[in-house]
Structures are given as structure tokens and as C-alpha cells.
Design a protein around this ligand. Structure first.
Ligand code: CDP
Ligand code: CDP
Length: 219
């Protein structure tokens, strides 16, 4: 069984997907972390974020691994722990440019399908229901108001001691959504057969329970 969870930035996809995967005993695949890792790779090599040939050549040789840990999941690039590096503002603000590159998407989608072929997965991203796993049994499209999503990121940042103003975070989120929704290749889009969940007024537990009920119905 495959569960696809798509939606805009900070709508709660990864938090909820992780819990749903644990409850079902499925593997959780964070495809956003893969595009973020590709962006870190470009940064480390000093490549322009639009240098498709350069990034792709490095990416083809790159080993990207996820390892579960207490706090969730650690991400490794060629053996180096980049869990924190993939979340810096520079990476967040440039990942949409890298993820729009055709070659990068082809390479990542192939890797994502390879993981899905090995067993039952909950995969979250932007194009899982439309492109990566079009035959997924359950497709969720998670949304929330931009204001609420910015508030959630703000709370997350405050806990980490990062003091970016709320208005800046909302503007960054809206800009990233706009880039992700308007790119030429597999843009952020609700699949025709996806079920939309608006999480603006919902707790994490309520979203998890809603998805588990949908999964049960489809088993
Ligand atoms: O967690 P957050 O919503 O900030 O983003 P993410 O899921 O980590 O994804 C980071 C970026 O990767 C997105 O803004 C997209 O540009 C890209 N992405 C994508 O193009 N396709 C996916 N399936 C997942 C992420
Ligand atoms: O993966 P995505 O970018 O869609 O969102 P996330 O990183 O899972 O969630 C962003 C923040 O919203 C996290 O701090 C969650 O704890 C919080 N949150 C949520 O995910 N869902 C709710 N219903 C309420 C809050």
C-alpha cells in the first residue's frame, strides 16, 4: 500500500506523515529532504543553484540516506550528517530553484519510486499523488491558510532560537508556494483523486485520525 501526502509549505505534511507511518508500520519518505539535500550538495560544491548539468553530475554520484532517530529522521549526504544543514534559510530559500530543474526531478523521482517498490510507504512532497506514485491507494492534499502556516513555522523557529519576523516567514512561504506551483515540471497540484484536508483549525492528532480513517476505508 502507498500513501501519498502533498501540499504547500508548512501545511503539516511531514509531522503527520511520520506519525501515520509509525502507526501503520510503513516506511516514511520525506521527498522534500531529498530536494533540500540536492541544494546542500550544490552549495557545498559552490555551484550556481541553476547549474543543471553541474548539479545533476554530482547528484548521480551522491549517496543520500535517511536514518530514523529519536527526534525523527537524520539525513546523510555521502556519509555526512546534513540534518541541520538542509533546514537553513539559505537552503529553504533556494530549494525551489534546484527542485525545478528537470534532470534533478528525474533523478529524485527514480530514487523515490525505488524506495516505494521495496514496501509500504507514506511519502510526502508536492508531486507524489500526481507524478511519483500516481497509483497510490490513498492520496491526501493537505492545506492551511498562509497565515496559520507562517505561525506554525514561527513557533518552530522560536523554539530553536531563530527570530525571523512572522511577516517575513509568511512572505517566504508564499513565494516558495508560488514557485513550486508554477514550475513547468510536476508543479505542486492536487491530484484529481486526492482528498483535501484543511488543517488550519485542526490539531496534529485530528489530522492523523482523519487520515487513518481514510486508510482503513481503503484497505
Ligand atoms: O517542509 P517544507 O514544507 O518547508 O518543504 P519540504 O517538503 O522540505 O520541500 C522543500 C522544497 O522541495 C519544496 O519547496 C519544493 O521546492 C521541493 N519539493 C518538490 O519540488 N517536490 C517534492 N515532492 C517535495 C519537495
Ligand atoms: O511538512 P510541512 O512543511 O508540510 O509541515 P511540518 O513541518 O510537518 O509542520 C509545520 C509545523 O506545523 C510543525 O511545527 C507542526 O508541529 C505544526 N502543526 C502541524 O503540523 N499540524 C497541525 N495541525 C498543527 C500544527
Amino acid at each position: 500500500m502507498q500513501i501519498a501526502i502533498d501540499g504547500p509549505a508548512s501545511s503539516g505534511k511531514s509531522t503527520v506523515a511520520k506519525i501515520v507511518a509509525t502507526k501503520l508500520g510503513f516506511v516514511y519518505v520525506d521527498t522534500g529532504a531529498m530536494y533540500r539535500a540536492s541544494t546542500v550538495l550544490a552549495q557545498k560544491l559552490g555551484l550556481d543553484f541553476g547549474d543543471e548539468a553541474g548539479i545533476l553530475a554530482a547528484l548521480k554520484e551522491a549517496d543520500i540516506q535517511f536514518k530514523p532517530d529519536q527526534a525523527g529522521q537524520k539525513v546523510f549526504l555521502n556519509g555526512e550528517d546534513i540534518t541541520l544543514a538542509i533546514r537553513t534559510p539559505e537552503i529553504t530559500n533556494n530549494v525551489s530553484q534546484v527542485s525545478a530543474l528537470a534532470g534533478v526531478r528525474t533523478e529524485m523521482v527514480a530514487r523515490q519510486r525505488q524506495i516505494a517498490d521495496q514496501g509500504q510507504v507514506v511519502m510526502d512532497g508536492r508531486d507524489i499523488g500526481t507524478t511519483v506514485l500516481p497509483a497510490a491507494k490513498v492520496k491526501i492534499f493537505m492545506v492551511a491558510s498562509a497565515q496559520e502556516r507562517a505561525k506554525r513555522r514561527y513557533a518552530e523557529n522560536t523554539a530553536k532560537g531563530i527570530m525571523t519576523p512572522l511577516a517575513t516567514l509568511q512572505a517566504e512561504i508564499e513565494l516558495r508556494d508560488q514557485k513550486d506551483s508554477t514550475r513547468a515540471i510536476s508543479p505542486l497540484k492536487k491530484a484529481d483523486d486526492a482528498i483535501e484536508i484543511d488543517t488550519t483549525q485542526l490539531t496534529i492528532d485530528e489530522v492523523v485520525d482523519t487520515i487513518l480513517a481514510i486508510v482503513k476505508k481503503n484497505m
